[in-house]
Design a protein around this ligand. Structure first.
Ligand SMILES: Cc1ncc(COP(=O)(O)O)c(C=O)c1O
Length: 445
């Protein structure tokens, strides 16, 4: 691979400052120390610090510790798989949680009206989305809500339409309810393909906006096209908008529920959560809503969905929506800058890899086809003892040679060949280090 060897490695390492962070997360940080380490504490001038590396090692983190357990500590310098972030949460959330744990009882609760109000206010203030508080159903995660909703609308064995590449967790949800994924390769918007894939046995369409893993943020007119097809063909839209707070500069998130056609909106259920935006995934505090009382009744009223939250999740979510806005706005700026850095660095310096800055999410969708070919991933996959895709073989290559863990494109369904998903929700210094490692590993081929 002649292109690989043309890389001016030393200049690149200097430009990314990679040499300066050597060992930054090298040592395992015990939980107690991790809690005191740097991170997003507000600094002078009102800025939060997202740059200081905040180690999560030793906290059972799936992005870090699970990979370290699998591959060994020396093989994981940067965990970039599971879609959560490494930043310290907004101080207001920590404060609210500290106040709550001072009361040492976690018995059953009524979910407070103030939590619902925080959801309504947030969506109105940021997105002009009006949510009737009575239409909100709570869920211990978006998955829980999606599963109940699929159960309500999709008989076992029927088809659930989704666009691929698509978030791998949807395949699990569809399997859990005994249905089958009908995969429409993502082209903006392939009306013919979508229409062709819908038949009498298709009852639901999972829409992901912004789209995981590609980062596509759907325009109002694309959403309308999708919504009209689904309404006309009697397919319920499950609008998963969990990534909605992450949109890069120049792009706008359009909530499905703000579309101009009332009938189209009534044919949908929207799923949201503070989990991605405020790094509260394991707090399990998601919610769903619809303007269609019949749909809500079918989901919860007939016993498909049991609303569930936990005490700390409620407290954290309410504090996030009421007091975390400034923190999130600064984080969005930071992520946007990191996305710029990833695009320019990858395209200029990582041999055989290309990428385009996504419109949303804190994920980068890398085109690694050329690099995979250069390192012989088809052959490696064919020779593997266990069934392995070329992308899985490349995941392993990156672990072994670049000491970074990314998710293989093949887990996101049709249209993911030659792709990897890289989670950039971490200190920019670690992202630089990961890109430097990747460049070095590929240049050495
Ligand atoms: C599009 C999408 N939906 C749902 C989830 C999972 O949500 P939860 O943890 O609230 O179940 C994720 C997590 O990565 C996701 O990316």
């Amino acid at each position: 691979m002649s292109k690989l060897s043309r890389l001016d490695r030393r200049a690149f390492l200097r430009s990314t400052g990679m040499t300066a962070v050597a060992g930054a997360v090298g040592a395992t940080v015990p939980v107690s120390r991790a809690a005191e380490a740097g991170g997003a504490v507000r600094q002078q001038g009102g800025r939060y610090d997202f740059d200081t590396i905040y180690s999560r090692i030793g906290t059972d983190s799936s992005k870090w510790d699970a990979q370290i357990a699998r591959y060994g500590r020396e093989k994981i310098e940067v965990g970039m798989g599971t879609a959560d972030q490494d930043f310290r949460i907004a101080p207001a959330i920590s404060r609210a949680l500290r106040d709550r744990v001072a009361h040492e009882n976690y018995g059953y609760l009524s979910i407070p009206a103030s939590y619902k109000e925080s959801i309504v206010d947030w969506n109105r203030r940021r997105y002009g989305l009006e949510i009737d508080p009575d239409s909100i159903q709570h869920a211990a995660g978006v998955h829980a809500g999606v599963i109940s909703t699929l159960r309500a609308f999709c008989p076992p064995g029927s088809k659930v339409l989704m666009q691929t590449p698509g978030y791998n967790g949807f395949y699990t949800d569809i399997r859990v309810v005994g249905c089958v994924a009908e995969e429409s390769p993502l082209k903006l918007v392939d009306v013919e393909d979508l229409e062709r894939r819908i038949d009498h046995d298709t009852h639901a369409f999972i829409l992901c906006n912004p789209h995981n893993p590609t980062g596509n943020v759907w325009s109002r007119s694309d959403l309308m096209t999708l919504g009209e097809i689904c309404h006309r063909r009697r397919v319920v839209v499950l609008a998963d908008e969990i990534h909605c707070d992450f949109v890069t500069k120049g792009h706008t998130y359009t909530p499905f529920a703000t579309l101009g056609d009332e009938a189209v909106v009534r044919n949908s259920v929207t799923f949201k959560s503070v989990s991605k935006s405020f790094n509260l995934s394991m707090m399990k505090c998601a919610y769903q809503f619809s303007t269609n009382p019949d749909y809500l009744e079918r989901i919860a009223g007939t016993g498909q969905h049991r609303q569930a939250m936990n005490t700390l999740g409620i407290v954290a979510a309410e504090a996030a929506y009421n007091e975390g806005e400034d923190w999130l706005d600064q984080l969005l700026e930071y992520i946007d800058g990191t996305q710029d850095l990833v695009e320019s660095t990858v395209n200029a310096h990582v041999p055989g890899v290309k990428t385009v800055k996504p419109e949303g999410t804190f994920l980068a969708w890398l085109d690694v086809a050329e690099a995979m070919e250069a390192v012989g991933m088809q052959q490696a996959a064919a020779a593997a003892e266990q069934p392995t895709t070329p992308e899985q073989a490349f995941q392993r290559f990156l672990v072994d040679h670049a000491h970074i863990h990314l998710n293989p494109g093949s887990s996101y369904g049709l249209g993911s060949d030659g792709r990897m998903r890289m989670n950039i929700g971490t200190s920019r210094r670690l992202v630089e280090r990961a890109l430097g490692n990747m460049a070095q590993a590929l240049a050495a081929v």
